[in-house]
Ligand binder design. Structure first.
Ligand SMILES: CC(C)(COP(=O)(O)OP(=O)(O)OC[C@H]1O[C@@H](n2cnc3c(N)ncnc32)[C@H](O)[C@@H]1OP(=O)(O)O)[C@@H](O)C(=O)NCCC(=O)NCCS
Length: 242
């Protein structure tokens, strides 16, 4: 059985202070007291808690215990097979291709300060520099060429317009990290890239897709909704600082 609370070793090493996660969604006052004891004993500085958004009592409890709102998290899914629809690339000669190792420095530059809607950038306790590094590290992990995950880029011969990182799960494909170079945002590149990516994955036999984004991220939600994704879940991400 999963522990009620656990220290996150990777996150603690990465940020340089102890971070823990509350693993149960619907918690009680007694659970909370046990969790706080654990945090004290393990010198935890930041505690993550993903709470159900539809339970007023739990929201009250989290606030009573000094948890700070960091994100309203929304999950979208696409399950229909809409068949192969070629994307309109327009004037640019961008094509979707798999990421190469030599693309990673450019992807790191593009991703810098891009995820300002995320709970890490939103919570000012995390330094901007550490947040940038977090996404770069995430990108490197995704681009490491393992079989069940990877990155596709939308690029021409000279530059990369955007990228989609993904992971294969039991349910299908989870889109994990999506970004469009700031210079190209708001010009339909995200739509083209997502359409091309879904077409590519469908050709490979996948027909179920999931993506999580922030309630505050209107552009990404419009992007996913436009491609046919429907909302399936929501939760509140809290951070408690000690
Ligand atoms: C989210 C992101 C990938 C979208 O790519 P994009 O190329 O900018 O988006 P597009 O131009 O293809 O537009 C997608 C939709 O958003 C809308 N949109 C684009 N810019 C917008 C803006 N500034 N305000 C409101 N809506 C906007 C478009 O109209 C379109 O919706 P529609 O089909 O209903 O017209 C890109 O903006 C980005 O990299 N953002 C920062 C990183 C991020 O948030 N990633 C997603 C994390 S889950």
């Amino acid at each position: 059985m999963t522990a009620l609370v656990e220290k996150l070793n990777w996150d603690s090493d990465f940020f340089g202070f102890n971070i823990a996660r509350l693993n149960r969604s619907r918690i009680t006052d007694a659970d909370m007291k046990r969790v706080l004891q654990f945090c004290k004993k393990n010198k935890i500085r930041c505690l993550f808690y993903r709470a159900p958004a539809d339970d007023g009592k739990i929201v009250d409890l989290a606030e009573q215990y000094g948890f700070h709102f960091s994100n309203f998290r929304v999950t979208y899914m696409l399950e229909t097979d809409m068949g192969y629809r070629p994307a309109k690339i327009g004037k640019a000669n961008f094509i979707l291709r798999q990421c190469r190792k030599m693309d990673l420095p450019e992807l790191s530059r593009i991703s810098k300060n891009l995820y300002t809607a995320s709970r890490f950038y939103f919570d000012k306790h995390f330094s901007r520099k550490a947040c940038d590094q977090l996404y770069i590290q995430w990108m490197k992990n995704l681009g490491s060429g393992k079989k069940d995950h990877g990155i596709y880029v939308l690029a021409d011969k000279k530059k990369i317009a955007g990228y989609i990182g993904y992971k294969q799960t039991a349910a299908g494909i989870s889109l994990t990290l999506i970004g469009v170079n700031r210079k190209f945002q708001g010009q339909g590149i995200g739509k083209i890239m997502l359409t091309e990516f879904l077409n590519e994955m469908r050709k490979q036999g996948f027909d179920k897709f999931e993506v999580v984004t922030e309630g505050r991220n209107i552009v990404s939600q419009r992007l996913y909704q436009g491609a046919g994704f429907r909302i399936t879940a929501s939760a509140i991400d809290y951070h408690k600082w000690f």
